[in-house]
Design a protein around this ligand. Structure first.
Ligand code: ADP
Ligand code: ADP
Length: 239
């Protein structure tokens, strides 16, 4: 659970832009990987290929040893349930409570009043609450999402992903909208959660310094091509 493998994978967009070039990459269950590269290097393309949002032009991508379906449908929906997504712009429903947002990760829709009032068996709400505890904001469960700071909103985004009980977390520039202090807090949260729960985690970043500080393994991309794959110690600007 939580493995990812690309083999000779290519993505050419309809306008001819190469988003991914001959990618061979193996990520083992539980790894914490930072994908680094300047804007347009292909970081989002890579992440979106893992959950089938981007289809390969050729080659293979496998998750948990099974090929990511090339057709939308039930199989792909099942896969996506196992993959928690975290976004630069948080993508919360701001008029709703934190609890509603986190439950949406689990239920796949806005929870109704019975779920919120805990009139269903309490399992989902308990899992949502534990996810909020894990990111340190259980006291915010009934606050409206729009009343939170950016860092807190991103923690809700992380909790929403955790409430899916995912095998993989994909974070696409999760700190790009945050101030420096909050940036480090959120990166530390992601590293700690990876260590505690062993969820395979891919984080896209465009700053090499951040990647060096937090990436146990760093993957460098340029023009859709893998130009570096290794530890934080040896990576340089030229890679
Ligand atoms: P990054 O996340 O590193 O900024 P992207 O994966 O978003 O890079 O983009 C890689 C390249 O593919 C860029 O040149 C970008 O303009 C192009 N691209 C991304 N998505 C599309 C798309 N849907 N259609 C056409 N070109 C795209
Ligand atoms: P509501 O009835 O309040 O609108 P939801 O829309 O959140 O509840 O629930 C949709 C379906 O999901 C329900 O019909 C129920 O079968 C299931 N469900 C919701 N919450 C739980 C729960 N805590 N445990 C088990 N099943 C649940």
């Amino acid at each position: 659970q939580g493995s990812i493998r690309f083999s000779k994978a290519n993505i050419v967009y309809p306008n001819g832009v190469v988003g991914m070039k001959d990618l061979d990459l193996e990520i083992k269950p539980g790894e914490f990987v930072v994908v680094v590269g300047s804007s347009g290097a292909g970081k989002s393309t890579l992440l979106r290929a893992v959950n089938g949002l981007n289809k390969l032009t050729s080659g293979r991508v496998e998750v948990n040893g099974r090929q990511v379906p090339s057709q939308d449908g039930r199989e792909l929906r099942e896969l996506r349930k196992q993959i928690g997504m975290i976004f630069q712009d948080f993508r919360l429903v701001k008029r709703l409570s934190v609890m509603s947002n986190v439950l949406m990760g689990r239920l796949g829709h806005v929870p109704g009043w019975r779920t919120l009032l805990n009139l269903w068996p309490a399992a989902d709400r308990e899992i949502a609450m534990r996810a909020l505890e894990r990111v340190g904001i259980p006291d915010k469960a009934w606050v409206k999402a729009s009343d939170l700071s950016g860092g807190q909103q991103q923690r809700v985004g992380i909790a929403r992903a955790l409430a899916q009980e995912p095998a993989i977390i994909l974070a696409d520039e999760p700190v790009a909208s945050l101030d420096p202090v909050t940036t480090h807090q959120v990166m530390q949260d992601l590293v700690r959660i990876n260590r505690e729960l062993g969820i395979t985690t891919l984080v896209n970043l465009h700053f090499l310094d951040l990647a060096r500080e937090y990436g146990q393994r760093i993957i460098g991309l340029r023009f859709g091509e893998l130009v570096y794959d290794g530890s934080a110690d040896t990576v340089t600007d030229r890679d």
